[in-house]
Design a protein around this ligand. Structure first.
Ligand code: NAG
Ligand code: NAG
Ligand code: NAG
Ligand code: NAG
Ligand code: NAG
Ligand code: NAG
Ligand code: NAG
Ligand code: CU
Length: 593
């Protein structure tokens, strides 16, 4: 196996054979759609489109994303019960129709809202053709690792036609989270939504009057399965699929004439002038805006014209307030910002500008300026904003997070010692024979087990895992763990750790030089998703006190699909005594290897 670095062409080459393969896949999908879904376009949700052709009248801002002030923030635990059905439906989020995978017909999917201490129960019925699973992004799942919803790691997929009930508590965290499918690249096709945990103990509770969610995401006109097939073929030469557009709370707008120039023209029905999301603001009110990057690939720079943003939370961790005008947010990260409606009555652009510098090929169809509208009460509802983008605030051309000195946690938590330390390299390598570019954590490129999970294997005590596809690091003792992550690749990677928050001691460009680069050991940033810079490094620590099999992976969907995932087997002795519901084992029996 000869390995060399990811090869990238300036312009994407698309040999005819690649297009033919893709068209065949799309055709197969379209046939499935015709037979499976015709006449099922109807849906009665506020956030969906009632039919592909009439999107304009059907789209409404999901009302529930303006978090109800009627929600009682309380210390009295209760159970929040949800029933969800995952199905394929054709909608046109940006004006172009395409089949999507949706929960209860909604895009984004339903809000999960609870208090710290509550139990969350979600019965998920799978009505799509493939197995699925739902991950509760950022939840510690302490003592319920098997509810983490990660195919091949903590469960087998929920088979088509079957249901599975997730059931977990949230004893010691609050803030802005989200949920999404963790089976193949399915969340890119629409299976995601917000997960908000409140608490009377939130330090910034008294600083705002209203609470609103903005889920920003890149959007593709071709189903993700076809895009992954292409990406993991020699034709892509390691170039990721670049989005066609983007959405804020499920809405965007696309110039239909661009479809024929797209990297992958869809040929689908398209209507110009799809409406954008509108956020109604009242002058004088302070809003907590919860920004969630629920996309698959793109890093965004978020801003609201004329309005400063005061960051107060990152990935569920309260921050000391810090003011910015432009906020970089990578895939799977979340921020809460305070926005004071202190400007003249009017309409203002909300901008989520995709950082196209971080794509390695352009998509001629893409307008990277993804927008929504803040509309003050009393402003004309027909007017397009004529507000101007911040000129004073620097645009950062590389995809990196806010610097560590800007993100200081509100509550200090002692940094665990480096009782054990692991070094992991992130790279892409081409397998010579097949000319396929795969992601590697050290020398392992992850492939999900489909009829088993590493959690179940650990419980059965199989001893060793298949190192060709599963890099599992056992962590036997309840102590501090340090990870040195070196990125040998030319792209940045937003790494997410299930079940934990990282203490981020430092990051930088080039190779990490122990002892040369000082690490932050007093109240460093804590969060669950960190961006490792291109050809850069990050040093993190965490406490190994949460038993289970935990994935740590790049959240760029194309990259996790290509293998950038490592697993930590925390406290294997405790895993042995997990009482995992029998029905989870039976889901393995009915899934294909
Ligand atoms: C909140 O409560 C008020 C008064 O009880 C009621 O009028 C309103 O409809 C409620 N809003 C929501 C979103 O439930
Ligand atoms: C959820 O889990 C709790 C604790 O194990 C259990 O008592 C309860 O019956 C479960 N509920 C459902 C609907 O599975
Ligand atoms: C189902 O899975 C196959 C294999 O991964 C994939 O090619 C296909 O696109 C998936 N279909 C849907 C509707 O997600
Ligand atoms: C990963 O590879 C590096 C470099 O070869 C090595 O030092 C390190 O121990 C490996 N890490 C693990 C967890 O195996
Ligand atoms: C963890 O425990 C296993 C089984 O007891 C043992 O084989 C392994 O060497 C231990 N690893 C460490 C790093 O202590
Ligand atoms: C998990 O629970 C154990 C006690 O059961 C506790 O010691 C530990 O701090 C918890 N960890 C997290 C991340 O919640
Ligand atoms: C998964 O499938 C393979 C091949 O059919 C089989 O050998 C293995 O026992 C299965 N694993 C489980 C846990 O059922
Ligand atoms: Cu990545």
């Amino acid at each position: 196996m000869e390995k060399h670095h990811k090869k990238k062409s300036i312009l994407l080459r698309r040999p005819l054979v690649s297009i033919v393969v893709l068209l065949v896949v799309i055709l197969a999908l379209a046939l499935g759609l015709v037979f499976g879904l015709r006449g099922r376009h109807q849906n009665n949700n506020t956030a969906g489109s009632d039919s592909g052709s009439d999107f304009a009248e059907a789209w409404n801002q999901p009302a529930e994303f303006l978090l109800s002030k009627n929600f009682s923030i309380s210390r009295t635990p209760t159970t929040r019960y949800y029933e969800w059905t995952v199905s394929q439906q054709t909608i046109a989020p940006d004006g172009l129709e395409r089949p999507m995978l949706l929960v209860n017909g909604m895009f984004p999917g339903p809000l999960v809202e609870a208090n710290t201490g509550d139990r969350i129960i979600v019965k998920v019925t799978n009505n799509i053709v493939n197995g699925t699973a739902i991950h509760w992004h950022g939840m510690f799942q302490n003592g319920t690792n098997w509810m983490d919803g990660t195919v091949g790691v903590t469960q087998c997929p929920i088979p088509p036609g079957q249901s599975f009930t997730y059931n977990f508590t949230v004893p010691n965290q609050w803030g802005t989270y989200w949920w999404h499918a963790h089976a193949a690249s399915q969340y890119i096709d629409g299976i995601y939504g917000p997960l908000i945990i409140h608490s009377p103990d939130e330090p910034h509770l008294g600083r705002y009057q209203e609470d609103v969610i903005m889920m920003i995401a890149d959007h593709y006109h071709i189903d993700s399965g076809s895009l992954v097939t292409w990406y993991l073929s020699p034709d892509s030469e390691g170039t990721e699929p670049v989005p066609d557009s983007g959405v804020i709370n499920g809405r965007g707008t696309f110039d239909c004439s661009g479809d024929s120039q797209a990297l992958f023209p869809s040929g689908n029905k398209c209507t110009n002038g799809a409406p954008l999301s509108v956020f109604n603001f009242k002058a004088g009110t302070t809003y907590r805006v919860r920004i969630i990057n629920s996309g698959g690939f793109a890093d965004f720079q978020f801003s609201i014209d004329n309005h400063d943003l005061t960051v107060i939370e990152a990935d569920g961790v309260d921050m000391q307030p810090v003011q910015v005008q432009r906020l970089p947010i990578h895939v799977a990260q979340r921020y809460s910002v305070l926005v004071h409606a202190n400007q003249a009555i009017g309409n203002y652009w909300v901008r989520a500008l995709m950082n196209t510098n971080c794509f390695n090929t352009p998509n001629p169809a893409l307008n990277p300026n993804i927008e929504a509208i803040v509309r003050y009460e009393g402003a004309p509802s027909t007017q397009t904003p004529n507000s101007a983008d911040w000129s004073s605030s620097a645009w950062v051309a590389v995809c990196v997070d806010l610097t560590l000195d800007m993100l200081k946690p509100y509550f200090t938590v002692p940094v665990p010692p480096a009782d054990v330390s692991y070094h992991l390299d992130v790279s892409f390598q081409t397998i010579n024979k097949e000319h396929i570019n795969l992601g590697y954590m050290n020398q392992t490129s992850w492939r999900p087990l489909m009829n088993d999970s590493t959690l179940f294997q650990s419980q059965r005590g199989i001893g060793t895992f298949d190192v060709s596809s599963q890099l599992v690091i056992p962590l036997n003792a309840t102590n501090g763990v340090q990870l040195v992550l070196n990125n040998l690749d030319e792209g940045s990677h937003p790494f997410h750790f299930h079940g934990h928050v990282f203490h981020v001691l430092g990051w930088g460009h080039g190779n990490y030089q122990p002892g040369v680069t000082p690490l932050e050991l007093v109240n460093p940033l804590r969060r669950d998703t960190i961006t490792i810079p291109a050809y850069g490094w990050t040093v993190v620590r965490f406490v190994n006190d949460n038993p289970g099999m935990w994935a740590m992976h790049c959240h760029i969907s194309w990259h996790s699909e290509s293998g950038l995932l490592v697993q930590f087997e925390s406290l294997p002795d405790r895993i042995k005594s997990f009482e995992i519901p029998e029905e989870m084992k039976s889901m393995c029996a009915s899934s294909k290897a």
